[in-house]
Write a protein that binds this ligand. Structure first.
Ligand code: GDP
Ligand code: MG
Length: 160
């Protein structure tokens, strides 16, 4: 994790965003990636991936006592997902805002879940809930050589 250029080290974060199997099956991948791209975050990793059960269980281990946990593991492993690592100033909280509330019926219009989903159990996208979990989840879902450190050409037009 090498924060680059203008922003101070404290401000630059990374977060794990994932289009869940329903988002892939419904053809929403391009729309979802586009929202983070247009916002100005930096894409560091991207892949289509069939998640094994063990990885889904590790990713959602904090929820293992919830009644919906078995359904959640089945959902996340039911088809390919699109895994993304995004970097940027305040990207963790900002990505959660772009994604919207966990229950899509309560998510504001303009958010991904608010625009594209109706049920909590089919809420099309995941985003890390803290900078620590951002690191943890990127480490969990990506190998080191699947991540790129790069400076986009638009950088000086995005940050003062
Ligand atoms: P998130 O951070 O907004 O994704 O929400 P949580 O961390 O609380 O839950 C993780 C995921 O579990 C959610 O995105 C949903 O896919 C699923 N989930 C949470 N609560 C429920 C529920 O009450 N029912 C079902 N079926 N799924 C749930
Ligand atoms: Mg969560």
């Amino acid at each position: 994790f090498l924060p680059h250029l203008v922003a101070s080290i404290e401000e630059v974060e990374e977060t794990y965003v994932m289009v869940k199997p329903d988002g892939v099956q419904r053809g929403l991948v391009g729309d979802i990636i586009s929202r983070f791209e247009k916002k100005g975050f930096l894409l560091k990793g991207l892949k289509l991936f069939q998640c094994p059960k063990e990885l889904a269980e590790e990713h959602y281990k904090e929820l293992k006592d919830k009644s919906f946990y078995p359904k959640l593991i089945k959902y996340i492993t039911s088809g390919p997902v699109v895994c993304m690592a995004w970097e940027g100033i305040g990207v963790v909280a900002s990505a959660r805002k772009l994604i919207g509330a966990t229950n899509p019926l309560q998510a504001d219009p303009g958010t991904i879940r608010g625009d594209l989903a109706v049920q909590t159990g089919r809420n099309v996208v995941h985003g890390s809930d803290s900078p620590d979990n951002g690191h943890r989840e990127i480490d969990l879902w990506f190998k080191q050589d699947e991540l790129c450190e790069w400076v986009p050409a638009q950088e000086p037009w995005l940050k003062e």
